[in-house]
Design a protein around this ligand. Structure first.
Ligand code: NAD
Length: 475
């Protein structure tokens, strides 16, 4: 779908008009393109006392091919970077209003990365302040802010818990201040899980996370070794089942998973068969015209997936039937709960029981910020989407033994046929009420799902990641 305001204010005439009238100018977000380098430029690295992540981060950043330059708070960085064969140097801030030459340590930064994992109490916040005070102005448009901390619940003292929890407010505020298409996210890494943060760091540094900001992701330790994979085709050899794959977000999920190497099996209602067939044919995938809510569907899916099973299940199919509760028919209530939530439960129960979802598999549910914040006229939809979050949280511990992760994405306003039905004034408000001042694209949800489906995302489970451009709703 088209955001004509964004297109207009990014045209030469529109940009001049918007600036003279003081209108907001949403940035054209930089998104992943296979024909452009995914990682490039300089990362400024800062750190608090006793940084526990720096050693692992040096290897990870070296593998992206980026250059990490050290802020004075991260003295350890230069020898670590050199040990990993990375070009490095000292970070020098851009003076107020000045624009440094790109490619020099005095130039614009692609990302700012701060290791706060060793911060033990609030008296140690000074380096956090100093780093971002010095460096934020140097961050380029569509740049990335990533802060590393410890999950507060595992902290040894109440002071440490308090300080680590405080990082959430800090990171989210930077997302709101920075604007210009910049994202800001916090990664909590459990002690011992440092080496498992790589897929998550890459996602948050990459243009793939263009519409994901203000999020906190936890990386847990795992007891098993990661399978062998290639960063360029991480899903090669894996089968992925995607529901609601004919159009919108589902079609984009199918495309992205396929581009990452997965063999995709797309499901959609029989009336969408022609479109589904076309979408799947383009991906060399398999089309299954099933209504996910039909009682026979779980068994039919298990049979269609045969003894080869499946590695990734994406529960994307969903509907809305909006009315305030007093005006809502029982049929509208039941169909939304059944398609958006109960059908997922029945399908997962069957595929898990039959062992169709393989060891080390991934389940990803598509929730909504409506399920977090609630929404007028959406009591049925918000109930179903909050239930998706409940499923993820309740099932994650039970699936650990089979090395299966389960997570949800919660999209905000995404430009699809579903949101095109919203009345204009509400649609325009939904689009602008976030740090990016624009709606997201289906591919933003799809890329987030691909990261959760990644074999190296084994330490991420039981979590909900919003793909909402840091929407104000439910924040
Ligand atoms: P869409 O209406 O464009 O696509 C949904 C797809 O699901 C369609 O192809 C439809 O035929 C299929 N589907 C519906 N019922 C089905 C059933 N019973 N069996 C099989 N397939 C069925 O919607 P979309 O915007 O692409 O949304 C995809 C998902 O993202 C939904 O779960 C939706 O709730 C969620 N979501 C969307 C937004 C947004 O802004 N678009 C925001 C939050 C969450």
């Amino acid at each position: 779908m088209n955001d004509s305001y964004l297109n207009f204010v990014n045209s030469p005439f529109g940009a001049r008009l918007a600036s003279s009238l003081g209108l907001p100018k949403p940035e054209v977000l930089r998104r992943y393109r296979a024909d452009r380098p995914e990682f490039e430029g300089l990362i400024a690295v800062g750190a608090g006392p006793q940084p526990r992540m720096l050693e692992a981060l040096a290897g990870m950043i070296a593998r992206t091919g980026m250059t990490g330059v050290a802020h004075e708070s991260a003295g350890l960085w230069i020898p670590l970077a050199q040990r990993h064969g990375m070009l490095t140097g000292r970070f020098e801030p851009v003076a107020s209003g000045a624009r440094g030459a790109s490619g020099s340590a005095q130039g614009r930064m692609s990302a700012l990365l701060f290791d706060a994992s060793g911060i033990e109490d609030t008296t140690q916040f000074d380096t956090l302040y100093a780093f971002f005070h010095d460096a934020l102005r140097s961050l380029d448009k569509c740049g990335r802010i990533v802060v590393f901390g410890r999950p507060p619940e595992v902290c040894a003292t109440t002071r440490q818990w308090t300080a680590q929890r405080a990082l959430e407010g800090f990171t989210r505020s930077l997302g709101k201040e920075a604007r210009r298409g910049i994202t800001s996210n916090l990664i909590h890494v459990a002690p011992g899980a440092e080496a498992l943060a790589e897929a998550t760091l890459r996602f948050f540094l990459s243009p793939r996370s263009a519409y994901v900001s203000g999020q906190v992701v936890r990386i847990e330790t795992v007891t098993h070794a990661l399978p062998v994979f290639d960063w360029k085709q991480p899903l090669a050899g894996r089968r992925a089942l995607v529901t609601g794959a004919a159009r919108g977000i589902g079609a984009s999920i199918a495309e992205v998973l396929s581009a990452e190497g997965a063999q995709v099996i797309g499901v959609d209602i029989p009336s969408a068969k022609e479109v589904l067939d076309r979408t799947m044919r383009a991906l060399n995938g398999t089309a299954l015209a099933f209504d996910i809510a039909a009682p026979e569907t779980p068994a039919q899916l298990a049979a269609a997936l045969d003894e080869n099973g499946v590695d990734i299940i994406v529960h994307n199919a969903g509907i809305t039937k909006d009315k305030t509760i007093a005006k809502m028919t029982a049929a509208a209530w039941h169909s939304v709960i059944d398609i958006n939530l109960a059908a997922q439960e029945r399908i997962d129960d069957t595929l898990l029981e039959a062992g169709t979802l393989r060891h080390g598999g991934r389940i990803i549910g598509v929730s909504s910020i409506s399920g977090i914040a609630g929404n007028r006229g959406q009591s049925n939809y918000a109930t179903s989407k909050a239930g998706v979050i409940g499923r993820v949280q309740s099932m994650a511990p039970h699936l650990l033994e089979r090395h299966i992760t389960i997570n949800a994405v919660a999209p905000g306003f995404i430009e699809t046929q579903m949101t095109a039905k919203i009345p204009l004034a509400i649609r325009e408000a939904g689009r602008r009420m976030n740090s990016m001042s624009q709606g997201g694209q289906p591919v933003d949800v799809a890329q987030t799902i691909a990261w959760l489906a990644h074999p190296a995302s084994a330490g991420v489970t039981g979590q909900v990641v919003r793909v909402c451009g840091q929407s104000l709703l439910g924040a």
